[in-house]
Design a binder for this molecule. Sequence first.
Ligand code: NOJ
Length: 560
Amino acid sequence: MKKTWWKESVVYQIYPRSFNDSNGDGIGDINGIIQKLDYLKELGIDVIWLSPVYESPNDDNGYDISDYQKIMKDFGTMKDWELLLDEIHQRGMKLIMDLVVNHSSDEHDWFTESKKSKDNKYRDYYIWRPGKDGKEPNNWKSTFSGSAWDYDSETDEYYLHIFSKKQPDLNWENPKLRREIYDMMKWWLDKGIDGFRMDVINFISKVPGLPDALNPDGEKYVSGSRYFMNGPRIHEFLQEMNQEVLSNYDIMTVGEMPGVNVEEAKDYTNLDRNELQMVFQFEHMDLDSAPGGKWNLKPLDLRDLKESISKWQTGLHGVGWNSLYLNNHDQPRVVSRFGNDQEYRVVSAKMLGTFLHMLQGTPYIYQGEEIGMTNIRFDSIEEYKDIEILNMYKEKVIEGNESHEKVMESIYVKGRDNARTPFQWDSSPNGGFTTGEPWLKINPNYKEINAEAAVSDPNSIYHYYRELIKLRKTHPIIVYGDYQLLYPEDVKHYSYLRTLDEEKLLVITNFSEETIEWKLPEDLNFTVKEQLIGNYPDREGTDINNLILKPYEAIVYLAE
Ligand code: NOJ
C-alpha cells in the first residue's frame, strides 16, 4: 500500500464561530484560534480543517459564501488569516480549508447578476427553470425543509437550492463556472494551504432534465436526492478538478458525500483514478435514524455499526482510503449519542475514541471531542440558532401538527447545535470562550467539563486522546494494518483485529454499561506482548482467554 503523509495524519476540525473569541463580540475568531494553537500542538494533531471563514451573510454559519476570496468580518481580516497559516506552519502543522462550491450565497455577486435577466452573462452560473403548471419545476425538497425551488418574480423563473433559499446551487454544467472555481482554488493553494475539505461535493452533478422524484417520501435523504447525489458527470468533474488544480500540489483532499456507498467511494478515492483521497461517508451516522430521516429516532444496534464499519474497512482496504469520524459540526456529540454522558462520560468517551482511532483510515477529531463535551438541551426553541433546526420546527410544529415535545426531543438528540455550543476552555464565566455574550449559549456543564481541567488531569479524556494519537505515530500497524471483525453478532462489545505482516493488534471495546465476559476466539492465535492502551487501570498478567470487561471498557493489545 502506498504510504503518504495524509494517511498518517490526525486531523482536528475547528468550527470558528464556536472555538475562541478574542475580541469579546461573542463570536469566535481567527485571532482566537491563533491563541490556542499551542493547545492543539500539545494534543499532537497534524492537520487543522477550518470550517468556512469566508465572507458570508451567515444564513448557514458561513456555508453560504458571498465572496470566496474574502474573510468574514466577524472572524477578522485576510492579514489575520495569513498570520494564522504562518503560525500553523511554524508549529509543523497543516491547514485545510473548507471548499463550499455546490452552492454560493444568494448575496454572491454572481447570483445578484444572475437574477437580473435571462440573458445576463452570469445567468447560467445557477440552475434556473420555468415553473410547471404554475408550480415549482419539480418535487425536489430542500434538506432544510420545504421545496428546493424558490420563485423569482424578476424573470418569472425558479432557482434550485438544495439547502436554504439563501444557498442557490451553482451550475457545474457551465464550463465558465468551473473555470472560476478552479482559479479560486488555485488562488488559495498558492497562498500555501495544504488542502480542502469539500462540502457536499457529490451533489455538483445533477441528472439532466431534473426529473420528478417518483417516490418523494421514500428517498433515503430528501425528495430528489437520487437525482443530485453522485450524478452522471460527478467523476468527470472531479477528474477535471484534479487535473486542473489538485494534482499540481502536495495536498490533502476529503469530499463530504452524503449518500455515498462503498462501491462509489472506491472510485472516488482510488488514487489511480485521480479524483480525491478520502470521502466523508454517512452510513454509520444514519444508523440511529428510522426510515423518514434523521429526526425519526431509533436506538443504535451495535451489530449495524459493525456491519457498516467493517464493510468500509475491508471495502476500501488496498483500493482507496477511509476517513474516520464520529463527530463534526453537523452531528450530535458522540459521547451523548453512542456513549453515556453522565456516570460513564469519561470512560465511554475514551472507549469511543479507542474504537475510532484504532481503525484503518485518517481520524478526524471535532473541537471539544477531546474533552468529552456533551449535547445541550435548551428549554425553548428560541435559544436554538441552526437554520436546519428552526426550519424543521416551523414545518413540523408551527405549520404542521407534530407536538412540540416530540420535536424538541428529536432536537435534543440530533440537532446540529449540540455540536456548536461554545468550546469550554475553563470554569470562568462563559467557559472562557468570550468576555461578551456568546452567539449561542454555552453548555452549563462547562464548570466541570473544560480544557483547563482536562489538561491538568492526567486521567482525562484529553490525555487519553494524546496517547491515542501518539500510538498511531509509533505503530504503523494502526495506520496500515488490515482489519478483521470478531464476533459480528455480539450486541455489547465491538472487537476487531488488525494485522500488518507478522504483527497483530487486538482492539476490544465494550459499548455497554454492563460488566460482560469476553473470550478470546478459539481460532485466534494471539499471545499478548503488551497492552498499548486502556481506559481502566491495566490488568495483571497477559492471559486474555477469559476477560471480564467493565462498563465501556476499551483495551488494545499487541501480540508477540
Ligand atoms: C454540509 C455542511 O457540513 C453543513 O454544515 C452545511 O449546512 C451544508 N453542507 C450546506 O453547505
